[in-house]
Design a protein around this ligand. Structure first.
Ligand SMILES: *[C@@H]1O[C@H](CO)[C@@H](O)[C@H](O)[C@H]1NC(C)=O
Length: 358
């Protein structure tokens, strides 16, 4: 597996993007083959039983018996950590079986590449620093939810490719285009991966560079016309027609969660980068995520804020990930809001001001 890792700002920030291993279907109670996987939610089952279900659900294939034994060992170790977390008092989120449970810590963090971003370059962008925004009046209310407003495409899966930066870029353009032009068009990550020669495709890049490429290209094709492939391919943009063109990148004032909330309310879904290196994030399965060991400046994963409000009486961000629907809460994560910029949620937030569609 590979990741993408970039230094993003604030002294030494790092950008990893972990990948999930394969596409997954959302669980459906009426689907016989899927309903058996609901047992994966019950961690009281024996390890070996869960391991078998896990292998079948995530279509894991181990070459040899000893590889299989090795994976079982890691699976057990991670499961122990997951069960321990869930048994702690006062935890606000649960951990569970995601596609990463048979991976070692080293594998999750492996293949990182570092790149420093030029702080002078950041200065060329406009900064949004307004703060007025609506707040929840009840303990379980999303004040802004762009998913229910129809501005967010279905959960995608980056798989074995460090392309998180392209998903964050398409997500923010899809949303902004919806807000401005009332049309939701799923956009192509692979066109950016394959055609943006200033970036490293599956080996990563910065979200703003992906967006700049789109503007210089005069737009981006749809997901349908230029489908996702989790590897670097030959650029074939001449085979499709640009559907959406966005430009004028604006950064939200770094570290300012009030400005981020105002931006989400005013402009739509916003591209963000976070620290996703913790095991608690790797195995997150629902509830209000709080990363105790999270860094606000070591940013290693690019995703999308699609709303905010309160959940179980706590201030939250609603965040869309691209690790399939088996990770997190059907592919989403509720991240802590107003808890000191936890995991750097507001450290590197941006969006394009203008979008046109053809
Ligand atoms: C679209 O692309 C053109 C050509 O690269 C660019 O000049 C323009 O500003 C872009 N943005 C919008 C919103 O049309």
């Amino acid at each position: 597996m590979r990741f993408c890792l970039f230094l993003v700002l604030l002294v030494f920030s790092i950008n990893v993007c972990a990948q999930s291993t394969q596409s997954k279907k959302p669980l459906q109670a009426n689907d016989k083959s899927d309903s058996q996987y609901l047992q994966l939610e019950n961690l009281n089952h024996e390890d070996e039983f869960l391991f078998e279900l896990f292998n079948s659900k995530f279509k894991k294939k181990y070459e040899t018996e000893s590889e299989s034994m090795f994976r079982l060992k890691i699976f057990k170790k991670n499961l122990e950590q997951i069960r321990e977390h869930n048994s702690l008092e006062g935890v606000t989120f649960k951990m569970g079986i995601t596609q990463f449970v048979d991976w070692t810590r080293e594998e999750y963090l492996a293949g990182l590449q570092q790149k420093k971003i030029n702080l002078d370059e950041r200065k060329k962008y406009k900064v949004f620093s307004e703060t007025g925004h609506l707040e929840s009046t009840s303990p379980d209310e999303m004040v802004i939810n762009w998913v229910t407003k129809g501005a967010v495409t279905a959960i995608k899966d980056q798989k074995d490719c460090g392309s998180c930066w392209t998903f964050s870029a398409t997500g923010v353009m899809e949303g902004r285009n919806f807000v401005l032009n009332r049309k939701l068009i799923s956009l192509s990550e692979s066109e950016i991966i394959d055609c943006d020669q200033n970036c490293a495709g599956c080996n990563g890049c910065l979200v703003e560079h992906g967006l700049e490429w789109v503007a210089s290209n005069g737009g981006l094709c749809s997901e349908q016309d230029y489908p996702y492939v989790p590897s670097d391919q030959v650029c074939s943009k001449s085979k499709c027609k640009s559907q959406v063109n966005c430009s004028e990148i604006v950064f939200v004032k770094s570290g300012d969660e009030d400005a981020l909330a105002a931006a989400v309310q005013k402009f739509g879904p916003i591209s963000i980068s976070i620290d996703a290196s913790t095991a608690s994030f790797e195995f997150y399965k629902g509830g209000v995520y709080y990363g105790q060991e999270c860094s606000p400046s070591l940013l290693d994963h690019d995703i999308l804020v699609v709303g905010y409000g309160t959940l179980n009486g706590q201030d939250v961000w609603l965040v869309k990930n691209q690790w399939g629907t088996s990770w997190g809460d059907n592919g989403y994560v509720y991240m802590s809001r107003n808890r000191d910029n936890n995991c750097g949620i507001a450290s590197s937030a941006l969006f394009p001001m203008r979008c046109t569609n053809y």
